[in-house]
Design a binder for this molecule. Structure first.
Ligand code: UD1
Length: 370
């Protein structure tokens, strides 16, 4: 059986790595890996391949950055000949980035079976490019691997045949569980403690300059209560450069370059709290039991709220301030109590977020159900 994986952006590498490993254990499976080139900087791509011990891509489409239409069309044009030549039995696509929807569309037009890993998530906010990508990819897919029950419910509500849906759990958590024992050795040196870990890269936060300015000023204010460590995504870095000297940035708000997987995992584990707009980080903090404030009005991962430590603070700086103070009051700054709470929270893990989602995917594919 010939299986082709399409990845393109940082979170996809983390999701595909365990599936590649699980399928490699089976004789009779031949795999090919396509990197679309959506993310291309060494810090956004190569270092992930190394740390996740992924095979080098067999094909690099070199699509790079551009408008959504340019990026999506670029992947489609470059992927079509690869699929014609490779003739895979099944193509696996991951998550919700532009590379994902582009690959699903090419496959469905060529009549190649396509399976979507991390299917069914919905924010119900169509102003998010990822929501459009998720909706279309799920409609185009022949097989839908969901991480949690809400995913199944969303798909059934949208008319997807339940026979195509397989709830397998969370592949991102597979990678986390495998690599967590290595993370502490990668904790960045000279880390101030205690600290809040911040990541922001969604267009809704970073492309709106007045809002970004206020958000940074609020983080700078908060840094008088605890240190703030902020690895900056390239999109955000560009916006910060456009902003000029950011208001109120002092030495307790530390801007870093984008970090490799293990360094970032170590930071999450040791953070007193996390402030983010990422989807994956909402999940990882849920698993790790670290309080997470999400700077968005909605989430496609409601399970992180019902089962986890995540809360939405929206575009409301008062709420962000109040929620941060609430977390600080809860004693999170005392190291021992933090570890205890994390331990306690680990008892509330989400069903099937157990390190074996990729094994279940491989088993379903090989049994011929996919
Ligand atoms: C993309 C995904 C988003 C995901 C995020 C993870 C879509 C629509 N968005 O957003 O869902 O959460 O990846 O990081 O697919 N850039 C570089 N070097 C790189 C890659 C990007 O400098 O290696 C810069 C470029 O200026 C580019 C910008 O970052 O224009 C944005 O990159 P892009 O891939 O368009 O979207 P992300 O914001 O990374």
């Amino acid at each position: 059986m010939h299986i082709l994986h399409v990845v393109g952006a940082r979170p996809n590498f983390i999701k595909a790595a365990p599936v590649l490993r699980a399928l490699a254990l089976h004789e009779g499976v031949r795999q090919a890996l396509v990197h679309t080139g959506q993310h291309y900087d060494a810090a956004m791509s190569d270092v992930f391949f190394q740390q996740l011990q992924m095979p080098r891509p067999d094909f690099n489409l070199g699509v790079g950055s551009g408008t959504h239409a340019q990026q999506t069309a670029g992947v489609m044009l470059a992927l079509e000949p690869v699929l014609r030549e490779q003739k895979p039995d099944l193509v696996l696509v991951y998550g919700d980035v532009n590379s994902t929807v582009a690959a699903a569309l090419v496959c469905s037009k060529l009549g190649v079976r396509v399976a979507h890993v991390e299917a069914g998530l919905r924010s119900r906010d169509r102003s998010m490019p990822e929501e459009i990508n998720r909706l279309l990819t799920d409609q185009l897919s022949d097989v839908l691997f969901t991480p949690s029950a809400d995913g199944d419910e969303n798909l059934v509500r949208e008319g997807v045949d339940p026979a195509k849906i397989h709830r397998v759990g969370n592949v991102m958590i597979d990678t986390l569980i495998r690599l967590l024992p290595l993370a502490d050795a990668h904790l960045p040196a000279e880390l101030p403690t205690p600290f809040a870990l911040v990541t922001l890269h969604r267009p809704s936060n970073v492309d709106d300059v007045p809002w970004l300015r206020e958000l940074l000023a609020t983080l700078a204010d908060l840094s008088s209560q605890l240190h703030v460590v902020f690895p900056v995504h390239p999109r955000t870095r560009q916006r910060l450069e456009e902003l000029g000297p950011a208001p109120g940035l002092d030495t307790r708000l530390r801007l870093l370059t984008p970090l490799p997987y293990l360094e970032f995992l170590a930071l999450q584990r040791h953070a007193a709290m996390v402030i983010t707009d990422s989807g994956g980080i909402q999940e990882e903090t849920t698993f790790l039991g670290v309080p997470c404030l999400t700077v968005r009005e909605n989430t496609e991962r409601p399970i992180t709220i019902s089962h986890g430590t995540n809360q939405l603070v929206g575009r409301d700086l008062q709420r962000l301030r109040a929620a941060t103070l609430e977390v600080l009051k809860s004693g999170v700054l005392e190291r021992d109590s933090t570890l205890e709470r994390k331990e306690e929270n680990s008892n509330h893990r989400v069903p099937l977020w157990d390190g074996h989602a990729a094994d279940r995917i491989a088993e379903i594919i090989l049994r011929g159900a996919a």
